[in-house]
Design a protein around this ligand. Structure first.
Ligand SMILES: [Zn+2]
Length: 184
């Protein structure tokens, strides 16, 4: 008996998670399992290493997250000054593994994501690309500068004045909130 046949004999398929389970109901989503067709063959999870190699060629590092069941969840982080755009990265990977880019688009906090479907019987790749972020460490943003100054003040302050400082901060925050709601 092959591993797959053994698995099918002892388990069912969770449609919600798109994966085989050893025990019913699905431990992850609680759904009942169905009996897969005897000819059903689970699509393979794509190999990460060729993707890592391709990403490195264009300035990115790849991290794997998620359970690697429904799809292969990858996070790409720009790693070198030569890092290409998120779109170019996705195209470069897709070309290198005989796949194509699907559903590209922006995500919260400047993230960019797409799916890559490999030609053949494979699960989808879900690629999330982190934004370039802060380019120069010596030009902090305004909010970062405020945080740095606040941190310095906190370190320098004697303990009894910390409470006063916190009170001051919360009253300022409250004031800002009130001003915002008055302007609405
Ligand atoms: Zn499930």
């Amino acid at each position: 008996m092959t591993d797959l046949a053994q698995l099918i004999a002892s388990a069912g398929y969770c449609k919600a998670c798109a994966t085989m389970r050893r025990v019913a109901p699905c431990h992850k989503c609680g759904a009942d399992l169905i009996e897969p067709h005897p000819a059903w063959e689970e699509p393979a999870i794509p190999d990460v290493e060729p993707i890592r190699r391709l990403a490195r060629e264009v300035g990115y590092a790849i991290g794997v997250h998620g359970s690697q069941e429904r799809d292969l969840d990858l996070i790409a982080a720009p790693w070198t000054e030569e890092a290409v755009s998120a779109e170019q990265l996705a195209e470069h990977i897709a070309r290198g593994i005989n796949g194509r880019v699907l559903a590209p688009g922006p995500k919260p906090l400047g993230r960019w994501a797409c799916n890559i479907a490999i030609d053949g019987w494979f699960k989808l790749i879900d690629l999330s690309v982190s934004p370039g972020g802060v380019h120069s460490a010596d030009t902090p943003t305004k909010s970062m500068q405020t945080a740095i100054e606040l941190h310095r003040t906190l370190i320098a302050a004697p303990e009894q004045s910390l409470q006063r400082l916190l009170d001051e901060m919360s009253s300022r925050a409250l004031q800002a909130q009130q001003e915002t709601s008055e302007n609405e």
